[in-house]
Design a protein around this ligand. Sequence first.
Ligand code: TMP
Length: 212
Amino acid sequence: MQRGKFITLEGGEGAGKSTNVAWLADYLREQGKDVLVTREPGGTEVSEAIRNVLLSPELPAMHPDTELLLMFAARNEHLRKKILPALEQGMWVICDRFTDATYAYQGYGRNIPLQRIAELEQWVQGDLRPDYVILFDLDVTTGMARAQARGRADRFEQEHAAFFERIRNGYQQRAQQVPSRYPIVDAAQPLGPVRMQLQQIINRILTGMGQE
Ligand code: TMP
């Protein structure tokens, strides 16, 4: 059995990942793939409970390292119970955020040393990395306005613009290091053109041309 592909969607707040994830899964199913859609933090009962702690605006502020460890605790559970078994069964796994979000938010956003994140990544994931990270890139002002329009802000959405600028910069830096693994979607465009960009990216991946 050939291992499935592991594709993650990343970006700042309001970039439209979640709006497009179901569409992406349907498109892949039309191409004959068996697809699992999931998200982080979350994806299993235990990890969704950890997500509630991480996002709750009712709880007092937590230490950045606590936030980091909770992200990886949720990830460990999710990987072992859901992602790895699916990949081993040959499924394509589409995950709304993964470890690139930890580098962007906890690393660049909260100023935790990237080396510390790399150590946890190696511990929890071993050699597993996403095959492709689709980055929804959007200017911070537009992203924050879209997120605000969705209603009540979670703990991250309550952060200030400078935090989100650091996150955008962090994602861009990671993408620049390995461009072939980080296709970028211009998320400032309307839904139709965004879907066309996504379709082109997935077609390249399906024909094996995504990897250089
Ligand atoms: P979502 O709004 O895309 O569902 O993601 C939940 C929030 O969690 C989002 O503000 C980004 C944040 N997050 C991190 O800070 N680090 C991580 O590793 C992950 C997966 C998410």
